[in-house]
Design a protein around this ligand. Sequence first.
Ligand code: COA
Length: 206
Amino acid sequence: MTIFIKNEAIIIRSLTSEDELEKLMTLENQVWPADLACSKENFHLRYNYFKDGFLIAVTPNGKTVGSFYGIFYDYYIGRGINWHIDSGDGTGSSHSPNANSMFGISITCSKDAPEGTMRSIVEAWKLLGKKFNKKYIYGGSRLCGFHQYQGSIEDYVKGVSSGKLFDPVLTKWLACGMKPGAIIKNYFEDPESKNYGVEIYLECDS
Ligand SMILES: CC(C)(COP(=O)(O)OP(=O)(O)OC[C@H]1O[C@@H](n2cnc3c(N)ncnc32)[C@H](O)[C@@H]1OP(=O)(O)O)[C@@H](O)C(=O)NCCC(=O)NCCS
């Protein structure tokens, strides 16, 4: 077990054993809509393909408030991402040990997570990428406020990136230091985002 971040509010660490998946599944089912939540079977497949890709966020009194899973996969800015293909349909089977980057398949924070939990998870993800000598951490951000916006996807992403518009997910990735890359069509089936996403990335050495 490796501890990546530890402060008065939060600890971000790897898992101690496969049994801890239960804690992540409980959180997953509290936060994600049923049709988007990762299944129990996929949690175990993820563990078997790349258990080091899991991060768990716990409070000092032991409450699980956040989780992350990522794999190694090749990336360059603007490559585009298809969540299903790149994640091996959510199983992590696409994990490629020698790839240049670390792809974030999923991040989740509970509504009562201490302030700074998401930022600490991103920081720990970067440390994990660095530990394995990867160039980028990257993923796709959902754009779950887009269904309420009247204009084009390009204008929406520009507006959120410049801080004029708020998106419940992309705004937070950017606040945590991730940079926006290319717009992704058909990121995954996600009605709120109208299936769009946007690449988010960070150099591990930054
Ligand atoms: C997306 C998700 C992980 C964000 O977690 P969260 O706990 O709501 O995030 P936070 O409130 O800590 O916000 C993260 C950062 O954004 C900032 N932020 C929040 N609202 C903001 C706003 N209106 N304007 C600017 N910055 C804002 C926060 O201040 C924080 O930065 P800080 O640590 O420097 O203070 C969480 O909502 C979640 O699990 N959602 C469901 C699953 C999901 O959609 N995952 C993402 C898939 S791409």
